[in-house]
Each structure stands twice: as structure tokens, then as C-alpha cells.
Design a protein around this ligand. Structure first.
Ligand SMILES: Nc1ncnc2c1ncn2[C@@H]1O[C@H](COP(=O)(O)OP(=O)(O)OP(=O)(O)O)[C@@H](O)[C@H]1O
Length: 305
């Protein structure tokens, strides 16, 4: 549905997207990258708001810039909110349906359909100004679906959502993708994307660093020693019990003496062994965390790999 061939976009002296080649088809694809990676630039290019400086961009086989034929089949949820806050969600969506050219009765029917698709039927009469972030995202998505587009792009839709809201919204997106739509979602948070899809485009400083299955990238990361921090009242005992495990590469104590830092290979099998030891030897652990489980580490691994 979307193809980019050697697409670059410059903003004066600044490069927003650098020689990107990719195709995006039906299903849910995540654009993953840190701030400034080029995610919004790619979305603005695909939605025809800006033109590539060089290269060829096709959406449904056509150039999207200033092309209403493409716009009719695209839905877009920008990162910013731009609602009439004193409208109810239902009135807002119906108003946009009318702007889209639907008759009053068509607009009424279609509004109910899209509001139901995003699970807002029972709450859409409340004023938008009192909505949670999750409800705002749902209404934004509802209005983007009014004209039944084949491609829907959402810029950082999970920002600020609590875990329940995030799960629910991901389920709504998953449902649309399963129905054959092409859903493109940008995010800068790795674990958010992992909950959402396996299909990713990894952007870094305007370049496409990796595409495909997130699990392959995970495997690549897991080949490197993985840092794990275990907080416990007795780090020495923890060290004694964990040192014999085959995947532990190194260990050090935290200066305050209440944590153990480890480097392990194959973190999943380490976690399996850890839970066995905790139960069998009654090792008390307050918390454990993996400072490596973030996007920066992914880039570090990929760039250095
Ligand atoms: N209108 C603009 N004028 C000048 N530079 C821009 C403009 N828009 C984006 N850029 C630059 O292009 C690069 C890519 O920005 P872009 O907004 O696409 O990244 P992003 O991944 O969406 O990041 P963010 O999550 O911060 O929006 C950045 O270096 C940014 O500063």
C-alpha cells in the first residue's frame, strides 16, 4: 500500500529522512524511533502534507502530495489534539462527517458506526473537555475512520495513556488491522510496540536501521550480555546462589550494598532459573529491572553489531 524508494526529505540544512527504502502493507506496522528519528516526517510524507526532496514515494501506486484521490483513502491522527472541547465526542465526529460531505442522516449513521468501533458508544455524549487521554485518542481515531480509509496513520497515539487505556487502545487497533486495514503507528517506547505488533520499521536519525520482525531484533539484542539489577537485602547470598548459573557473565555489588548487578546471556533462560532459585532457596528480592530493556540499548546494539 505504501512504498518508498530512496526517499529523502530535507528541511533546509536539516535532514528529516535519509534515503529510506521500504514497503508497508496491510496489518499493524510500528514506526519505532527516538525523538527526531524521522517518524513524523515519514507520516507527513505519506499523508501528502510534504513532498520528498528526492526519491519516489507511492501510496496506492500514486504520489500522495496534493492528491485528493489518495486523501480519500487515508485516515490520519496527528500527535496534537485539536478538538472543539465543548462539543460531545458524538457531536464532534458528526460535525466532521458533515464537513466530509455526508448528508445529515448519513452522518448520523456513520458516526454511530465509528464510535462503536472505538468502543465509545456509551460515553460519547460527554463533553470532550472532560475526557481522559484514552477517550481522546478513541475519538481522534473515530473521526479518522469516518470515510472508511484503507490506511490509517497514528502519530504517538499511546502517549500519556495509562496501562489499561493502552491495552484497550491497542486492542482497538489490532481489531482494525485484523480486518485488513493498513495501520501505521509511531512510538518511541520499545515495550509499547512489543505489545502491539511484531512488524516494525526502526528509524534512527532519519535512517531506516532495521525492518521486519521485532523478535529478530530481540534475538540480536539477546546475543549480547544483558544487564540486570536485582534489589535485595542480602546481595551476597544472591550472588552465591546465582553465580553458578551458566548464563551469568559478570557480577558486581551496588555501592549502597542493597543490590546486585549482573550481566547475563540469554536473559529468558536466566529469568527461568532465577524464579526457581527464588522459590527453592527462599531468596528475597525486592525488585529487579533491566536497564537494557529500552530503545537506546537497541540502537547501541544495532549500530555496534
Ligand atoms: N519543519 C521542520 N523544520 C526543520 N527541521 C525539522 C522540521 N520538522 C522536522 N525537522 C527535523 O527533522 C528531523 C526528524 O524530525 P521528525 O519530527 O520527523 O522526528 P520524529 O521521529 O517524529 O520525532 P518526534 O517524536 O520528536 O516528533 C529532526 O531532526 C527534526 O528536528
Amino acid at each position: 500500500m505504501i512504498t518508498l524508494q530512496n526517499v529523502s526529505r530535507w528541511y533546509g540544512q536539516v535532514i528529516g529522512l535519509n534515503d529510506v527504502n521500504c514497503t508497508i502493507g496491510p496489518g499493524l506496522t510500528a514506526l519505532l524511533g527516538q525523538n527526531g528519528a524521522g517518524k513524523s516526517t515519514l507520516m507527513r510524507l505519506v499523508t501528502g502534507q510534504i513532498k520528498p526532496t528526492t526519491g519516489e514515494l507511492k501510496v496506492f501506486g500514486m504520489e500522495p502530495f496534493a492528491n485528493p484521490e489518495v486523501y480519500r483513502r487515508l485516515g490520519y491522527c496527528p500527535e496534537i489534539d485539536n478538538f472543539y472541547e465543548h462539543y460531545s465526542g458524538r457531536d464532534f465526529v458528526r460535525f466532521l462527517a458533515r464537513l466530509d460531505g455526508m448528508s445529515a442522516s448519513e452522518a448520523k449513521i456513520r458516526t454511530e458506526e465509528v464510535i462503536a468501533m472505538v468502543g465509545m458508544s456509551d460515553r460519547a455524549n460527554r463533553k470532550i473537555q472532560g475526557y481522559s487521554k484514552g477517550m481522546r485518542q478513541r475519538i481522534k481515531l473515530a473521526q479518522a475512520m469516518l470515510h472508511n480509509p484503507d490506511i490509517i496513520l497514528l502519530d504517538e497515539p499511546l502517549n500519556g495513556l495509562d496501562p489499561v487505556g493502552r491495552r484497550e487502545f491497542i486492542d482497538v487497533l489490532g481489531g482494525l488491522a485484523a480486518g485488513g486495514k493498513c495501520i501505521v503507528v509511531s512510538s518511541h517506547i520499545l515495550f509499547e510496540v512489543e505489545q502491539m505488533t511484531r512488524s516494525i520499521l526502526l528509524l534512527h536519525r532519519g535512517r531506516l536501521l532495521a525492518t521486519g520482525d521485532l523478535r529478530d531484533i530481540r534475538d540480536l539484542i539477546d546475543k549480547h550480555p544483558h544487564k540486570i539489577r536485582i534489589e535485595t537485602d542480602n546481595p551476597r547470598r544472591a550472588a552465591e546462589l546465582l553465580a553458578p548459573l551458566p548464563n551469568v557473565v559478570s557480577m558486581s555489588f551496588d555501592r549502597k550494598g542493597d543490590a546486585l548487578q549482573l550481566e547475563v546471556r540469554d536473559p529468558n533462560s536466566f529469568y527461568d532459573s532465577l524464579s526457581g532459585i527464588v522459590l527453592e532457596k527462599q531468596l528475597e528480592i525486592r525488585s529487579f529491572s533491566s536497564p537494557d530493556n529500552n530503545l537506546e540499548s537497541v540502537f547501541k546494539y544495532l549500530v555496534e553489531a
